[in-house]
Design a protein around this ligand. Structure first.
Ligand SMILES: [Ca+2]
Ligand SMILES: [Ca+2]
Ligand SMILES: [Ca+2]
Length: 126
């Protein structure tokens, strides 16, 4: 009886750790959770642009993917399973702009945030 209880306990632990590992993997491969940022308006592919995988929190955009994105973003596309909060200042301060999934903003000047974003958070789901 005691042995059976111990075995049940061991099985429980291994199932739980497998579950936790699977959860982490799921977040890494959420291919619908991203934001693509563009240095220029109208999603100009000829100027710098980069896809940012979520979930993530970037307190500064000064050095992302090898370049300074601080006060440079002019257009942005939000992935189908992402939500972005962009801030006009670093460290998640200043004017906040919330962009829902699938949102495409071809010119952030329409939202008074052109060349102004300095930090951002990307959350997944919901
Ligand atoms: Ca251009
Ligand atoms: Ca720019
Ligand atoms: Ca700014």
């Amino acid at each position: 009886m005691r042995l059976a209880l111990i075995l049940a306990g061991l099985v429980g632990v291994s199932v739980m750790s497998a579950y936790a590992a699977g959860d982490v993997e799921l977040k890494v491969v959420d291919k619908a959770c991203w934001a693509e940022i563009y240095e220029d308006t109208d999603f100009d592919m000829n100027d710098p642009h980069v896809k940012v995988q979520g979930p993530t929190q970037m307190a500064t955009l000064k050095d992302f993917s090898g370049r300074n994105w601080s006060n440079e973003i002019e257009s942005i596309v939000i992935g189908p399973n992402a939500e972005v909060t962009a801030y006009a200042e670093k460290d998640f301060k200043g004017t906040e702009l919330i962009l829902k999934s699938n949102k495409r903003v071809n010119d952030l000047s329409k939202l008074n945030m052109s060349d102004d974003i300095e930090s951002m958070k990307i959350t997944c789901g919901g």
